[in-house]
Design a protein. Structure first.
Ligand SMILES: [Zn+2]
Lengths: 309, 333
């Protein structure tokens, strides 16, 4: 199995990619959602980019050559499982080579509540900053997609589960405002466990702040493409992520308001198969297209062209 | 006798109120025996009442965040239904969301409050078990949030100010709620409320749980009843995630800074409405009176603004919420 992966060069995966996207309804969800629970969201233990030469696909369990996975945009060449990727990697993947210019990357969180759970928030911030080498859970700036200039904001699931505190709220808002001012298409890639508990009610207010900024972008006739990736839940879903003029989702992503475990505990029953996955949301009308990672650049540029931006 | 008035439910006892309730029983017994026997024990009763008031003041002055949550959830605490009865001269409920079905956890309709016509949008929790189940414990579904928005747009069309009363542990986390787009319904409300062309005033009257609260809580002016709570997540859910056990809810309540005073400090609410001594459940009429005064006075103030200015102020208030530093890394050293 793994050997065949070597032979598939990057970018030359169109037929496979299409198959992965199209067959999503039929049988692949069962493979895509294998053994993945809310625990994956709350405890980011699952290694996104495993170190070493070889890595095991969490979906089909194939042993894959790390370089191959990387070159395949962190998609399993065998089963099309989409690995979680960092915000930096996301920006690199989406933008034309070297065109992404980060902005607002000096903003950092303030521990205004003096929050301590099993660990002080202050310490948590420091260790997350060391781990990810960025100040908070977002990477944003401007770049080009197939020659079209855009404003891009990507949440970073590796930093405190991509949770939205004041920094994420502020950076996303600034991105929205830049897009409004310069009449540029806005692309926001969500990857988040929701609002950040450690910043209390002010985290909640970031939902209102970003949504209010989007109202102004909307009023100005701006285009907002929202891309939902694994996972997109809680206050991020219940604000900007669901407010895209066009909403894309990567295959198999967990998308919802409440987490599956909370829901299961509330309704005390087994959740339906594929519930809260991209394909299910597509069926229910809350997502416009489920888009394979290989297709994102061309699908996004197409929408920009249709919108005349 | 204010301490014993109102629709306080004698069967429900807050643990920290037990000494109070013992005292109340004692007073009642003495009064009964005085009526029956005619012995003058008036001074004794007066003394007990005085110590009751002193005890009440002491308990409520030192009420911690977790006990505040308990007061906010007291079944005798006035809810939307009570405030409707106590404050509104007239109320025409409008049920329809035009899409899926009526959500009893969300009440909407035209009403008269003082001299103002208003559109009321409010969570309803229910008092007894039957009502609570019927109202889904105040946890609204997407259709509730969509009904709320539809009625806010109706208010906008006819230039009627919007009043929202918030009292929910959170939006309902269920299968149907997810499949019908709970997140989308709330998100759209946030965006549309930020640009609604009529004044909006909001009051958190009991529980202000997360997105379910904010989903009808974007406003020109937000107040909190003194013993309400408002935060990004309920203390139990927060404890379950961060402490891995819901049993640490008390610690979570403290860490989250959920009280009215805390929210006032962080700017997430604009004002706090003082409750009667010992909480609104001891005297719903006084609580309703204060709530009504605050709402009518605030609407009067907001009506003076040109709508464009009001919307600009509303946006600026939302835009200013959040605390960040521009110097990454330097703070933590
Ligand atoms: Zn695989």
């Amino acid at each position: 199995m793994a050997e065949s992966a070597h032979s598939s060069p990057p970018g030359n995966n169109e037929p496979r990619a299409t198959a992965g996207g199209a067959s999503a309804d039929a049988e692949s969800p069962s493979t895509l959602v294998t053994a993945r629970t809310w625990g994956d969201v709350t405890e980011p233990k699952r290694v996104t980019v495993p170190a070493g030469l070889w890595t095991r696909c969490p979906s089909c369990e194939a042993m894959l050559y790390q370089k191959t996975v990387e070159q395949n945009l962190f998609v399993c060449p065998d089963c099309q499982f989409h690995f979680r990727i960092s915000a930096g990697e996301r920006a690199r993947q989406l933008c034309d080579q070297d065109s992404f210019e980060p902005m607002w990357d000096k903003l950092a969180a303030v521990d205004m509540l003096g929050f301590t759970d099993v660990k002080p928030y202050k310490d948590r911030l420091v260790s997350e900053q060391k781990k990810t080498r960025r100040p908070d859970a977002v990477v944003a700036g401007s770049g080009y997609i197939k020659g079209r200039r855009i404003v891009l904001a990507c949440l970073d699931g590796q930093f405190m589960m991509g949770s939205m505190g004041c920094v994420v709220g502020e950076v996303v808002t600034r991105a929205i405002e830049l897009a409004t001012k310069e009449n540029l298409p806005l692309v926001v890639v969500s990857c988040s466990g929701g609002a950040r508990m450690q910043e209390g009610a002010l985290s909640l207010m970031q939902m209102a702040k970003t949504s209010a900024a989007l109202a102004r972008l909307d009023a100005a006739g701006g285009l907002f493409i929202s891309l939902l990736t694994d996972p997109t839940t809680g206050g991020v879903t219940a604000s900007f992520a669901m407010l895209g003029d066009v909403i894309f989702a990567e295959p198999g992503a967990l998308i919802g308001f409440a987490g599956p475990r909370v829901i299961a505990n509330t309704v005390r029953q087994e959740l339906p198969e594929g519930f809260q996955r991209s394909e299910h949301l597509l069926k229910k009308g809350f997502v416009d297209r489920v888009v394979h990672r290989h297709e994102l650049r061309s699908e996004i540029s197409r929408i920009i062209d249709f919108a005349g931006k | 006798m204010t301490a014993l008035q109102g629709n306080m439910q004698p069967t429900y006892e807050l643990e920290f109120e037990r000494p109070l309730i013992r005292l109340e029983k004692q007073i009642e017994e003495l009064e009964a025996s005085m009526r029956a026997g005619g012995v003058d024990i008036g001074p004794e009763i007066r003394r007990l009442r005085e110590s009751h008031t002193a005890m009440l003041r002491k308990i409520y002055e030192g009420l911690g965040p977790w006990n505040t949550v308990k007061v906010a959830r007291h079944p005798g605490r006035p809810q939307t239904g009570d405030y409707l009865r106590l404050m509104f001269k007239e109320f025409t409920e409008l049920h329809g969301d035009r899409h899926y079905g009526d959500d009893p956890a969300m009440i909407t309709g035209f009403g008269r409050l003082g001299s103002h016509k208003v559109m009321l949008i409010a969570h309803q929790k229910g008092k007894d078990t039957k009502q609570r189940i019927a109202c889904n414990f105040g946890m609204a579904h997407p259709e509730g949030y969509r009904k709320a928005l539809l009625k806010m747009k109706l208010a906008e069309k006819f230039n009627v100010p919007v009043v929202t009363l918030i009292d929910t542990p959170g939006a309902y986390p269920g299968i149907g709620a997810e499949e019908r787009g709970q997140a989308e319904a709330i998100a759209v409300n946030l965006r549309e409320m930020s640009r609604l062309r009529v004044p909006i005033v909001s009051v958190i009257i009991g529980e202000g749980g997360s997105g379910g609260a904010l989903g009808i809580g974007v406003s020109d002016r937000t107040a909190m009843m003194q013993y309400a709570w408002y935060s990004v997540i309920s203390p139990e859910a927060c404890a379950a995630i961060l402490w891995k056990t819901g049993a640490e809810a008390e610690k979570a309540a403290e860490a989250l800074k959920i009280t009215a005073a805390d929210n006032l400090k962080s700017g997430t609410v604009d004002e706090v409405i003082e409750e009667p001594l010992g909480g609104a459940h001891r005297n719903p009429a006084v609580a309703a009176d204060r709530l009504e005064k605050w709402i009518t006075q605030t609407i009067r103030e907001l009506k003076r603004f040109k709508i464009e200015n009001l919307m600009e102020k509303r946006f600026e208030k939302l835009r200013g919420l959040g605390d960040v530093t521009e110097a990454a890394g330097s703070r933590q050293t």
